[in-house]
Every structure is written in structure tokens, then in C-alpha cells.
Design a protein around this ligand. Sequence first.
Ligand code: AMP
Length: 294
Amino acid sequence: MTSVQARPGANGRLTVGVPSKGRLAEPALRLLADAGLSFEATARSLVVPCANAPVDLLLVRTDDIPEYVQDGVVDLGITGANLVAETEARVTMLSELGFGRCTLAVAVPSEATVRSIAELAGLRVATAYPVSTRKLLATQGVECELITVSGSVEAAPRLGLAEGIVDLVSTGSTLAANGLHRLGDLLSSQAVLIGGTVPSEREEDAARLQLMLDGVVAARRRRYVMMNAREGELAMIREILPSMGAPTVLQLANEGEIAIHAAVDVDDVWTLLPALRDAGATSILVLPVERLIA
Ligand code: AMP
């Protein structure tokens, strides 16, 4: 008897395209696990079923995911926003996922006389992302001769292949290590959740997964701050706290003493804690937030 592999989703389960390797793979799986999905992904799995939800993860190449979503091979996908631009896939960007942040940057050798993106007009530019590069340069009125390379883009000027490059950059250290000077950015990117036309019987599961992922992404940006203070210090502390909505104020067992709780932006914690202490707050606790559904 021959067995035919069922097409993903044919069993009524939501299928999600997830990077199988590369820099988005591990953070994408961690996000799905933090959102509450229970699964076991091994290096060789293609389809990974979730034990506690009607969801199958399809582990595939990051740059194939936009087209898989467009063509309905999977219902949803996690990939880089820049890859959606590059493939020009007709998909909907549902959520920004807060990891895989990078920019598509234009750079030239530090010693080059070219000092602006406009001055690259008519010159050769090497990139692994020709579609988005051409389009984004054109929006600045710049037309270049594009040399498409698949790797080591930063070596192209040294090899005499091009006068400039357009490549993805996160810290900029690869550019610096290769003696390249950044002229500007064409695009900012991060990992995104994308969707196509989800069949009606799976729409509810798709919406639920998006809600759970959004809840984790929002929570990662927050910290829950708890502190004690004297009642008279509340006005001053409220002024300092950039809280979501009003902070919670609780009466303590000791007369005139209160506890104040607030969810704050993670980036504010660094300046906030000394200011709270100076305003009289004591026993300040900072806790992680697991989910935040506004
Ligand atoms: P991969 O080639 O599978 O490692 O994935 C590359 C994707 O990761 C890119 O398309 C971007 O969306 C994202 N990414 C984030 N930071 C960088 C970076 N510094 N260089 C290349 N890709 C990056």
C-alpha cells in the first residue's frame, strides 16, 4: 500500500511557516513556545504538530515563507519584513514580532569619494536583495547597475565587482570590519507575522495565534514595577511613573503607607528606578511580564 503525504492544513489544522534555520529560526520557535504552544522541534523535522492546539508548524527556509503564505501552502508565516518586500509576495503583514531587527543599508569603501546615495547613480552596486534595492533606490531617484551576489556582499568592492553595496546590517560591525562606510538606509526590517487568505474554518485559530503572539511581544517590552511609599509621596511618584493607564495603589497594614504597582516600558527602567528611590519609594521590585493583552 502506498501512503500519500497529506497536504499541510488538509487535516483542518492551522499551518504556520516557521524558519527552519538561520538567524530567525531560534527566536521564532522561542516566541511560539512563550505564546503557549507545546511542541518538540528537532533539527530534521519538517512538520511539527503542537500538542495543545490545532496548529502545525512547517519548518522551511525563511525566504520561501512569503511565497508559501501567498500561495496558501501555509495559513500564516514568520519571516523578515525585508523578505516580503524582496519577494513582492501578496500577503498581509499582521504583526511585528520585535526580533530580527536590521536595516537594508547602502555602503561604500571608507576611502571612496562617493559621499551620498545620490552620487551612486550610474555606478555598480552589489546586493543579495536586487528587487527591493532597485525599487527603494528608485524612490530616491537613483538608478544603479545592480550586481546580484548571494553571499559575502561586503567583499564586492574589494574584489572590484562594484563601487558600493546594499546589504542587511544590524550592528554595523561587519561593515566596519570590511572598511565600509554607511551612506544611509533604504529599509528597516524585523521579523513579522504574515497571513494570506485563511480558510474560514481556520480563521478563529489564526486570530487566536496572532493574539497570543502579540501578547508576548507586548509583554517583552514591559516590566511590572512594585514599590512601597508614604501616602504623601504618591503625587510625586505618579509624576515620575510613565505607566500604562493609572498605577494600582494599595493600602498597606501600616497607617499612612501604600504599595504602588505599574507596568512600564522596559527602556524606561534604567532612568526610572533611581528617580523613584529619590522620590521616596522603598522595596522596589521589578518583575517580568509574561503576557500583555491591552
Ligand atoms: P537567514 O539568512 O536565514 O539567517 O535570515 C536572514 C534574515 O534575518 C534576513 O532576511 C533578515 O530578515 C534577518 N536579519 C536580521 N538581522 C540581520 C543581519 N544583520 N544580516 C542578515 N539578516 C538579518
